[in-house]
Ligand binder design. Structure first.
Ligand code: ATP
Length: 499
């Protein structure tokens, strides 16, 4: 069985309305996508797997805060001052490009992985300008040479209220609402450190060049967990239980900042979390624990262990709030794509909100009054969805169509239910079985349209792992055929055996 390219996924997604460009009949607005019925079910399943593990599984709490915030919030968070990317605008046709990504893609296309990695690490404007010049990079639209580089703030703004209103911004991450509400929630719910507060919701970034479908969008969804802790406390307590140090023996695929700078082209090496802390790559034990959970989350939703790595961010790349960042990246389009960011945000956010709002952000934990520190783990839901799909699309020699092989946790439906052909008796029997499965809480996809072969192709392509066919024998003895998408093998089972 061969893995298919992202291009095959793009075609499949269009063919089966898994995702759709938003407002398509009006012409596309770059960076905005809708989810169709299959895509949404898969995305919901990823979200629910996250909730089961990071909220319920760890004894954390979840909130929902507003999308639009007043200007002062984003002054305090540093986003208005620092949330910028390098931009170059073609002097002839005015097409704009995000320079680091333009260079990276230019070198990747040439097959020069080392140069692509070097481009991704540039930080200073003159370095970008030199690289554009040295490589004669031209505008993709009109062929004009690109040279001048500036920075561009990614915040999307809006006016709140009539008559010009008050300046507001759409949040670029879900995190700030959590920081602002933290003290209130901690006190009123009688919580204890360490505690995670999570949120799933939309974030907005006015990306310079939204590209590669769900990889770089202007409106996207994040699942964020801000973990508040006392930096002077060495014991790690999760869900009211002290965590034994055994988890530190866990091995992860890791690439350090030095290894990236050395530009050897290596993808990763395996190290234990313990070594990561000892060598100073991982800032603290809670951070390491969240890496451990992140690894198991990736495996849980269906990534193969060799398909993802932890990458230490280089000092130049660190966001303005961070004392250490490690990204989870997965294989996609011949390279690695960031899906999850883990950041040691210290007390940066709470202290800044304290300063700007002039309200005390400290809490009392046991006997101690403090402003806690924070480790954040931020998941890009759309990127997880898209890159998981791109790792799951396959083709085998016996079938002409693509196969989306998703595990039971993530698959949009566990079963498709098909009457063998358009015969009232078979349809009635299949509907009866379908209803029974739904009543038992088993999601199913029911279809009578098209030949049985076409319907098998449909369920294979939309990630449904099993197809139940109701035929004439079903009416006689209550057995059905169950066909598995992974190998197209069929077995005969009693209806009562299906669960
Ligand atoms: P990048 O360097 O790719 O722009 P980032 O480091 O700015 O991403 P974070 O601020 O750490 O991203 O956001 C957390 C997660 O949100 C990312 O790991 C990614 O999965 C997701 N994300 C960020 N920007 C986008 C976007 N424009 N479209 C889709 N997902 C995004």
């Amino acid at each position: 069985m061969d893995k298919q390219s992202t291009e095959a996924l793009v075609n499949l997604a269009a063919r089966r309305s898994i995702i759709l460009p938003a407002f398509a009949p009006y012409g596309e607005l770059g960076g905005f996508y809708d989810y169709g019925p299959i895509g949404l079910r898969v995305r919901n399943n990823i979200e629910n797997a996250w909730r089961a593990q990071f909220i319920e599984g760890m004894g954390n709490v979840e909130i929902d805060t507003t999308i639009i915030g007043p200007e002062i919030v984003f002054e305090a968070s540093g986003h208005l001052g620092n949330f910028k990317d390098p931009i170059t605008v073609c002097s002839k046709c005015k097409t704009s490009y995000r320079v680091d990504k333009l260079l990276e893609e230019f070198f990747m296309k040439k097959g020069d992985k080392k140069a692509a990695e070097k481009a991704a690490k540039l930080a200073k404007i003159p370095e970008f300008e030199d690289m554009l010049k040295d490589n004669h990079i031209k505008c993709e639209k009109c062929g004009n040479m690109l040279h001048k580089v500036e920075t561009f703030n990614l915040m999307l703004n809006t006016k709140v209220g009539p008559m010009g209103g008050t300046q507001g911004y759409l949040r670029p991450e879900t995190a700030q609402g959590i920081f602002i509400d933290f003290k209130n929630i901690f006190r009123n719910l009688g919580l204890k450190l360490p505690i995670g507060i999570g949120q799933v919701g939309k974030a907005f970034r006015n990306e310079i060049s939204p590209r590669r479908l769900l990889i770089r969008m202007r409106e996207f969804s994040q699942m964020e967990l801000e973990y508040f802790f006392d930096p002077e406390e060495s014991k790690l307590v999760i869900n009211n239980e002290e965590v034994s140090d055994k988890f530190l023996k866990e091995k992860v695929n890791f690439i350090t900042g030095e290894q990236q700078r050395a530009n050897t082209g290596m993808d990763f090496e395996q190290i234990t979390l313990e070594k990561g802390i000892k060598e100073g790559y991982i800032p603290n034990k809670l951070f390491a624990y969240l890496m451990y959970e992140a690894k198991h989350f990736m495996l849980n939703i269906g990534f193969d262990e060799k398909s993802f790595r932890f990458r230490q961010q280089l000092t130049d790349e660190l966001p303005h709030y961070s004392k250490g960042n490690i990204d989870v990246e997965a294989r996609h389009d011949e390279g690695f794509e960031e899906l999850i960011g883990i950041a040691y945000r210290t007390d940066f956010d709470l202290k800044n909100h304290e300063k700007f709002s002039k309200s005390d952000m400290s809490i009392v934990n046991g006997e101690k009054k403090l402003v806690p520190h924070v480790v954040e783990i931020s998941f890009g839901l759309d990127r997880l969805f898209w890159v998981l799909l791109s790792n799951s699309i396959h083709k085998d020699k016996t079938r002409e169509w693509d196969l989306l092989l998703l595990n039971d946790r993530i698959a949009p439906y566990r079963y498709a239910v098909y009457p063998l052909q358009k015969d009232e008796k078979l349809i009635e029997k299949a509907m009866e079985l379908n209803k029974k499965l739904n009543k038992d809480g088993i999601p199913t996809f029911f279809s009578v349209t098209g030949s049985i072969g076409k319907r098998y192709a449909k369920s294979d392509e939309t990630g449904i792992p099993n197809a139940i066919t109701v035929d004439y024998q079903t009416i006689e003895d209550g057995t059905v055929t169950v066909r598995h998408a992974s190998d197209s093998k069929q077995e005969r089972l009693k209806e009562s055996e299906i669960a």
